[in-house]
Design a protein around this ligand. Structure first.
Ligand SMILES: Nc1ncnc2c1ncn2[C@@H]1O[C@H](COP(=O)(O)OP(=O)(O)OP(=O)(O)O)[C@@H](O)[C@H]1O
Length: 695
């Protein structure tokens, strides 16, 4: 039994001595060192299906690999879900020395891995793959026309690295598989030109949460005049109204270098939870095109959603789920609620020598920035390496521009995982100043005195790494993750964090009462910290509320998908090719239509609240009703089409049907269009702030 003081529930976990002994032997022979006791406990807890909290640098990579090896010895098939492609490959290669000794095959998958290589990789005993690659493989597998085209990930055991980021921060962002529909190409360039003279607070208003933008009467008049005296609300101009709204949303609410980068003549989305470029992803339809038009780039055709799946839905397919991260306990309740995953903490191998200084809260941004630059310069002058965590790429770049060139500042700009890993690995060098967003370069060890620790003594004498958080993150857990980069494995280190009343987090989440106190000025130090903490707590409740509601909405869909997939699998096994292709086409077509209808219904559903109905119940009722005739409609379409088709080699072409010419994938933002769902979210926000004000 594991007797871990202060741990959550890990006391229940058994150490399977004979199994561990085999793996420990393979570690020693393969890697040349012995696992620490803490790693044995962590591996055992993962093997038993726990989410395990272990501080940064305590050796989670090895603990996860040992758990995978134990499970593979028992005949299980394991996926280790890495935070990104770079880490998937690095960890698989690093740990292969251990797996080899056990006669186990380990593989990894990256975005560039071909379908044949994926098929082979998924047959290994242990597969290292990022969550999104796995999700897209699953989605693409549901759309093949031949059984042999599947790459076939098997959902037996999933061990999730950075579990809180994947399961909680991204837990409500569905992965989407989309196809382009050339027929629907519609330029947003005109709408972008039409809105050029529009001014905020005269022609349009942006709400306090910056979730929605809406035209005023004056704005509508101006657009109607510029469009040649049309009525925007006539049925024939409703498309123009939509495009105008999209163009305005793209201009006012979607920010370059915060939400996206422009690179290689295209838009690269920044994943909001990670502050990183999201590969091969785009915003839903119109918004992508609107942002492209705003940046005067070539506008790509909008797409249709072929399928989508949430993180929860996908992870719940595993027979056994486990996870690890430096920050788990703060989300223990959510992991239990959404994933049935119990959590616990494993203590440090060596005592913590890190010094966490209290947060410094300033009345204004400029005061805060002056204090931050002073602090960086002072510590740099003393030779102490400094790592600064910002909110966004643009903040990183702005801060770097303010600092004297002599500091030799290195900026991680969310463009490339491998490059970032190289930069961050050097963040512990004597006098280094490194600026990064919160998630950038995570998973890479910061050793004092450089990657090879050649200068360790000198850096230890300066107090080790100093980590500075420039702005509070939307949860204390994210602040903790940043701090965790200092003081690894008993190293000395210091963390400092800053905030200002005009920080976006504080402004967005402040209640009326808080605003009044801040406006009065002269708030004493303790009270300032309380205000920031309160804003963070409110942001956390809002996120939890949204997570819960997203989960409730997607449940109906996930049950329906399971039914459709069963039928699709049967159709895929059909030997008669014409019947198979037509049936698959009709099933997929019906499913896409169903998804689109439900999305529309969901967008409007919050209005039911006004009619005194519970929107989630109402949504489920409608979803069931819409689905009732699903298979009958498919049957009818199949029968009708089979009657019309001959026995040529390409039945779909004969019927004038075409599968999407290209597919791509993206993660759906929570409320990307500031649409009805966004307004509903804003409502939740207001409600929660109200509760706080009354409390
Ligand atoms: N048992 C061990 N003996 C010696 N060194 C070890 C042991 N286990 C891990 N290490 C070393 O500790 C370092 C940190 O390991 P690792 O990167 O797995 O930490 P981590 O917990 O994943 O950190 P992060 O939270 O940054 O991802 C690595 O350089 C690794 O080689």
């Amino acid at each position: 039994m594991l007797g871990i003081p202060g741990s959550n529930s890990l006391g229940q976990v058994r150490l399977d001595e004979p199994l561990l002994a085999q793996v420990v032997d393979a570690v020693q022979r393969g890697l040349g060192y012995a696992p620490f006791d803490e790693q044995l406990r962590a591996a055992s807890a993962l093997h038993s299906g726990y989410a395990v909290e272990m501080d940064t640098g305590e050796g989670k990579t090895l603990a996860g690999a040992m758990a995978a090896a134990m499970l593979a010895l028992e005949g299980r098939h394991v996926h280790v879900l890495s935070a990104n492609d770079y880490l998937a490959r690095r960890d698989a290669e690093w740990m292969s020395a251990m797996f080899d000794r056990l006669g186990q095959r380990v593989s990894w998958i990256q975005q560039s891995t071909s379908p044949e290589e994926r098929r082979s990789a998924y047959r290994a005993d242990v597969v290292y793959v990022s969550f999104s690659e796995l999700g897209y493989d699953f989605l693409r597998d549901q759309h093949v026309e031949e059984m042999t085209d599947r790459v076939g990930p098997r959902f037996d055991v999933g061990i999730v690295d950075e579990a809180d980021a994947v399961m909680i921060d991204e837990g409500m962002t569905p992965l989407v598989l989309a196809g382009s529909d050339e027929a629907a190409v519609e330029s947003l360039v005109d709408a972008t030109a039409l809105i050029a003279p529009l001014q905020q607070d005269v022609h349009f208003e942006v709400d306090a949460d910056r979730a929605t933008v809406s035209l005023t009467d004056a704005g509508i008049d101006l657009i109607e005049n510029r469009a040649g005296g049309v009525n925007l609300f006539d049925a024939e101009h409703i498309g123009l109204l939509t495009r105008v709204n999209l163009a305005l949303h793209a201009r006012e609410l979607v920010q370059r270098d915060v939400d996206y980068l422009v690179a290689d003549d295209g838009i690269r989305l920044i994943n909001p939870a990670r502050g990183r470029v999201a590969q091969l992803q785009r915003w839903p339809d119109g918004l992508q095109a609107a942002v492209e038009a705003k940046e005067a780039l070539a506008v790509t055709p909008p797409g249709i959603i072929l399928d989508q799946i949430t993180v929860q839905d996908l992870l719940r397919r595993y027979q056994l789920l486990a996870g690890m991260s430096g920050t788990i306990l703060a989300v223990a309740d959510e992991l239990q609620e959404f994933y049935n995953l119990p959590s616990g903490r494993i203590g440090r191998h060596r005592p913590n020598r890190r010094l966490d200084l209290p947060r410094r809260v300033y009345a204004t941004g400029p005061d805060k920035h002056a204090a931050i630059t002073d602090e960086i310069a002072r510590r740099h002058a003393a030779g102490q390496p400094v790592l600064i965590g910002t909110q966004s790429v643009s903040e990183s770049e702005a801060l770097a521009a303010q600092l004297p060139a002599a500091l030799g500042v290195r900026v991680l700009n969310a463009r490339n995982d491998a490059e970032e890993a190289m930069i961050i690995a050097r963040a512990g060098e004597y006098g280094a100043v490194t600026i990064s967003t919160q998630m950038s370069g995570r998973g890479t060890d910061i050793r004092l005195g450089g990657a090879d620790e050649h200068d360790r003594e000198r850096v230890v004498a300066c107090g080790g790494l100093a980590v500075i958080g420039t702005t509070p993150y939307p949860s204390t857990r994210l602040d903790l993750q940043l701090r965790g980069r200092a003081g690894r494995q008993g190293d000395p280190g210091t963390t400092l964090s800053f905030a200002a009343f005009d920080d976006e987090l504080v402004q967005t989440n402040a209640t009326e009462g808080m605003r009044r106190r801040m406006a009065r000025g002269r708030v004493e130090e303790k009270a300032r910290e309380r205000l920031v903490r309160q804003a963070q707590t409110i942001a956390e409740s809002v996120r939890l509320d949204r997570h819960r509601s997203t989960w409730q909405y997607t449940r109906a869909l996930s049950r329906q998908r399971a039914k459709v997939l069963r039928v699709r699998d049967e159709a895929l096994a059909e030997p008669n090719r014409t019947r198979r292709l037509v049936t698959l086409f009709c099933l997929d077509e019906q499913w896409q239509g169903h998804l689109a209808r439900l999305a529309e219904i969901r967008d409007g559903i919050h209005l039911r609240r006004l009619a005194g109905q519970n929107p989630v119940d109402e949504f489920h009722r409608i979803a069931l009703r819409e689905f009732a005739s699903f298979f009958t409609s498919v049957d009818t379409a199949v029968r009708e089409r089979l009657q019309r088709v001959g026995d040529g080699s390409d039945p779909l072409a004969e019927l004038g049907l075409r599968r999407p010419s290209a597919t791509w994938t993206y993660m759906l933002r929570d409320d990307p269009l500031g649409d009805a769902a966004g307004r509903a979210a804003a409502e939740i926000h207001r409600r929660i702030r109200g509760v706080w004000d009354r409390a």
